[in-house]
Design a binder for this molecule. Structure first.
Ligand code: AMP
Length: 352
């Protein structure tokens, strides 16, 4: 059956950009999101205003959609699995399961033959002491679930740092301790796999974070071809292992010798791939829509060097200046209130 309507769980800016890409291919979109008039619904064909795990809303989404996808990884796995009984769900719910829990994720990535930081499960203060001792007193402690943009983390940079009460301070929830990776830079790769198993990779982007939030993606990344190839190989292994359909983002640390250490995967279009809308023939958003709708993948080639910069909080005030700059594509998300740390839009500057 050919796809006419795509259901999207989640109504943020990623859903918005997916809906816009879908419209260009004559595909309709319906957004499931509890917040009315959300960024995605402003440009989609319809919105179901309900919680992501509301059974009636999910049944309605399945009824009106030929395929369902999602724009964030914290969609309840049970909701995705229930939906998948009546309508194709891409990426597969297994991808959600893997990316929702950092311990499951790191184990999965390592089992794909990809290098990760050393890691240990931490379920008590005693676990933390033992794991820190094993890692020489340094490491990054993270919540296993629901952490993003550096939230729910504690960095131990020196063995002298106090560990007292840390487990409780992070909420007494299951944690993971990772060894501290002495990275030179951070890169990510955006890749897509279609229903036939064909894979297309974008060029790796170099990412700069500020206060734990992505600030800038730079193309080309300052890595050599061997490192870029390692990133592509890793993405391919992950996509194949998951029997994946759609776009994925994989983040890596780059070591001084060019070696890669995988940090995390995002089973969706990714902030570090926004530049593709300005500098590639087919953007990550169209690529995802093509994959989930059962179309052939598009050409991921990059035709220009570029820099993508997020507009966060008050950065929205710079929009008039960006609009006046030659070579700059401005993309705003339809959010009315510019709270600190809130992603309001992004710009991509083409460099020549
Ligand atoms: P994450 O939430 O895993 O994306 O981590 C947020 C940021 O913390 C990363 O972009 C890195 O800058 C830093 N970070 C995370 N894990 C590690 C690690 N194992 N070693 C060194 N830095 C890390």
């Amino acid at each position: 059956m050919s796809v006419r309507t795509i259901g999207i769980i989640g109504g943020g800016q990623l859903g918005r950009m997916l809906a816009m890409a879908a419209a260009r291919l004559n595909l309709r979109t319906v957004i499931l999101e509890p917040q009315a008039d959300c960024p995605a619904a402003q440009v989609a064909n319809a919105q179901i205003v309900a919680a992501y795990d509301d059974p009636d809303a999910l049944a309605e989404l399945a009824r009106v959609s030929d395929v369902v996808t999602y724009e964030f990884e914290n969609v309840p796995v049970s909701a995705a699995e229930a939906l998948a009984k009546t309508v194709p769900v891409y990426p597969p719910p297994r991808a959600l399961e893997v990316s929702q829990d950092r311990l499951v994720e790191k184990t999965f990535i390592r089992d794909c033959g990809i290098v990760t930081a050393d890691f240990a499960a931490v379920d008590s203060q005693a676990d933390l002491e033992a794991a820190l001792d094993r890692f020489g007193g340094v490491g990054v402690l993270k919540t296993r679930r629901l952490g993003y943009d550096g939230k729910g983390q504690r960095m131990f940079r020196s063995p002298a740092e106090s560990r007292e009460g840390t487990f409780e301070a992070l909420g007494g929830v299951p944690l993971i301790l990772e060894s501290l990776v002495p990275f030179e830079r951070e890169i990510s790769i955006i890749a897509a796999r279609d229903r036939d198993g064909t894979i297309a990779c974008y060029d790796p982007a170099e990412n700069v974070h500020l206060n734990g939030i992505l600030h800038t993606s730079i193309l080309p990344a300052g890595v050599n071809e061997a490192t870029a190839d390692q990133a592509r190989k890793a993405a391919r292994a992950i996509l194949d292992q998951l029997g994946y359909v759609g776009v994925i983002g994989v983040e890596f640390f780059v070591l001084q010798d060019g070696g890669l250490v995988a940090n995390e995967i995002a089973p969706r279009v990714h902030n570090s791939g926004h530049w593709t809308e300005a500098a590639c023939i087919v953007s990550q958003f169209e690529q995802h829509i093509r994959a989930v709708a059962g179309h052939v993948l598009g050409d991921p080639r990059r035709h220009s060097d570029c820099v993508m910069q997020n507009l966060i909080g008050d950065d929205i005030n710079d929009v008039p200046a960006w609009l006046a700059r030659p070579g700059v594509l401005v993309h705003l998300y339809g959010k009315t209130e510019a709270r600190p740390g809130r992603k309001m839009g992004h710009i991509t500057q083409i460099l020549d």
